[in-house]
Design a protein around this ligand. Structure first.
Ligand SMILES: [Fe+2]
Ligand SMILES: [Fe+2]
Length: 202
């Protein structure tokens, strides 16, 4: 009888590679973005609905994972890319949106103003901001609205990952289906691995 694909060597090899990749991403995110991950702002991000069925926190992790994966591909192609800047910018890009209903008078204002607010949050949280980070955050809404285009390869990476994952949020939603809100356990060390290993964040 033919071996089912699930038990095949090929499937096991692919799974092992995926696990290795997830661990590599989790380690890089923890290494460069630890201050953001451990912040109160990031905890609150998992309590604010975003893109209808998701949360700012889940969206943030999805954008970060995609951005880092794109960086690995670029590196394989011998294209230089600043991974710390991409990690910090991805993690902070929408944190300026927290408390949006008190802070902004309309969705339009939120969409236009939150990148600047996110830069301010990043300055508060990150002690040694990697070069280019502020520009990446400030321009991340491109190509939407009046946003300025990215001025670095890292900026393009984050902007593209952001749009891709906005669609993914709408399609896949939150871990808690149809509520848009997930209970986020702020457990030091484990949390980022957990999110990256969770299927819905891939
Ligand atoms: Fe945004
Ligand atoms: Fe975003």
């Amino acid at each position: 009888m033919k071996t089912p694909y699930r038990n095949s060597k090929l499937h096991k090899k692919i799974e092992a590679k995926r696990e290795y990749l997830n661990q590599r991403i989790a380690d890089d995110v923890e290494r460069y973005g630890g201050e953001v991950i451990d912040s109160e702002e990031m905890r609150s991000a998992f309590e604010q609905t975003h893109h209808r069925w998701s949360t700012v926190g889940e969206h943030t992790i999805r954008v970060t994972v995609s951005s880092v994966m794109i960086c690995y591909v670029l590196k394989k192609l011998h294209i230089k890319v600043n991974v710390p800047a991409v990690v910090v910018a991805s993690l902070c890009h929408d944190l300026g949106m927290l408390g949006r209903y008190e802070k902004f008078s309309s969705g339009k204002e939120c969409s236009r103003e939150h990148p600047k607010e996110s830069v301010a949050v990043a300055r508060e949280l990150v002690s040694d901001m990697p070069e280019k980070t502020e520009d990446i955050i400030e321009r991340h809404m491109w190509p939407m609205g009046q946003a300025k285009a990215p001025n670095s390869i890292e900026g393009i990476v984050v902007s593209v990952a952001d749009k891709y994952n906005a669609v993914k949020d709408l399609v896949k939603g939150s871990e808690v289906n149809h509520t848009g809100v997930k209970n986020y356990v702020h457990e030091k060390g484990k949390k980022i691995q957990q999110h990256i290993h969770e299927k819905q964040l891939r």
